[in-house]
Design a protein around this ligand. Structure first.
Ligand code: NAD
Length: 354
């Protein structure tokens, strides 16, 4: 067995249909008295409802979160938390709401309780992200990891199929990279494999029948495991590609993950052969890259960067940005290699089978 280092952070996770009803108890349990509820604009009503659910324990709802957390959005969130003298945040929504909570935690020290309603997985990581001048910067800080996470599948029943599918593949990307990232270890790999199995099984049901609570629960369980695996093992080329494209060209986060993942798998196919075999086994397919591409098609997700707003003229710039400060990756990261990968992803080509 290969040597490894295993380190896991303490996590309080409450999982189950209807578990959001325990939110006030959790706020009290930590001794918080002035929770600021965070959402995106689109989930403002859910934020108001959550603040009302908290009653005297909340100082209000703030629907100011924006995808990729532009720097001024982070600053405005911090100012609001200070103005209202909040003593914690409660993010309800996807990675955008949780991402704002992380910046508030980083810059003001306020702890966050997360109630995720997508499969982005941000709630389990200690990684914050901010976008400034078209560049997304990410970094680790233990205080941005939420102190408590409430996973309630009932809150995901309204998540449209068009969001659920790519969001689920965003989660799967965490598991795929956890299997070959620098700090991969046997425990993270167990979680990653189980998560890929759960997501592969549940996502086709979720997009066909969004109100299927059983499938929603399994998808959320898969997302939790995926993010936990990533939090331990780290990330590699695929996440670097997604952060670069999302930040520099303002592309939708989950869709970028969905489109690039099969190509990142193909790129690492030989250098991370064991990880790829584990992905294929979890999905019950012959080849990880092809299997994930076919799954994306099966759940109606877009498979080409050209269909989500990327311009072909920007591919050279994107390849240059990706190789500037490359993350660890099993296969060497070369400009030509990345450029070819982006070309395949731009056109949405099906990866060749191994
Ligand atoms: P998001 O939070 O913007 O949500 C996607 C869409 O889903 C939005 O339109 C939102 O209104 C909608 N939505 C959310 N919950 C809903 C619900 N219950 N019902 C109906 N619609 C709902 O996007 P996301 O993909 O969840 O997160 C992306 C962001 O998270 C990016 O900024 C990304 O960088 C960050 N992220 C960070 C990490 C990390 O570890 N730091 C990990 C993953 C993602």
């Amino acid at each position: 067995m290969k040597p490894f280092t295993y380190e896991s952070a303490p996590a309080r996770v409450i999982f189950g249909a209807g578990s959001v009803a325990q939110l006030a108890d959790e706020v009290r349990r930590f001794g918080f008295k002035r929770a600021l509820v965070l959402t995106t604009k689109g989930q403002a009503a859910l934020g108001e409802k959550t603040a009302a659910r908290l009653g005297d324990l909340s100082v209000g709802a703030y629907p100011g979160a924006v995808m990729h957390t532009p720097a001024d959005v982070g600053e405005a969130g911090c100012a609001e938390a200070r103005r209202l003298d909040a003593d914690c945040t409660v993010a309800v929504g996807g990675g955008s709401a949780i991402g704002l909570g992380k910046i508030i935690a980083r810059d003001t020290g306020l702890p966050q309780i997360a109630v995720p309603t997508t499969y982005s997985g941000s709630e389990m990581t200690a990684i914050w992200g901010v976008t400034k001048d078209g560049v997304k910067v990410t970094g680790p800080d233990p205080k941005v990891r939420p102190v408590c996470v409430i996973y309630d599948p009932e809150l995901t029943l309204r998540l449209p199929a068009s969001v659920s599918g790519p969001s689920g593949l965003n989660a799967m990307a965490h598991s795929v990279e956890a299997l070959y990232a620098e700090n991969a270890n046997p425990i993270a790999s167990l979680m990653a494999e189980e998560s890929i199995r759960a997501l592969g099984k549940s996502l086709p049901v979720v997009v066909k029948d969004p109100a299927n609570l059983e499938a929603r629960g399994e998808a959320l369980y898969g997302a939790w495991l995926a993010a936990s695996a990533l939090a331990q093992a780290g990330i590699a080329l695929h996440h670097k590609l997604c952060h670069t494209l999302g930040g520099a060209f303002d592309l939708p986060h989950a869709e970028v993950h969905t489109i690039l993942l099969p190509h990142a798998c193909a790129y690492n196919r030989d250098a991370a052969a064991e990880a790829m075999a584990r992905v294929a086994r979890s999905l019950g397919v012959q080849d990880a890259a092809v299997g994930i591409y076919d799954l994306a098609l099966a759940i109606g997700a877009k498979v080409a960067l050209k269909d989500i707003g990327m311009r072909e003229a920007d591919l050279d710039k994107a390849a240059g940005l990706v190789v500037q400060n490359p993350y660890y990756n099993p296969a060497p990261v070369t400009r030509d290699g990345v450029r070819a990968l982006l070309d395949d992803a731009f056109h949405g080509r099906r990866p060749a089978a191994a």
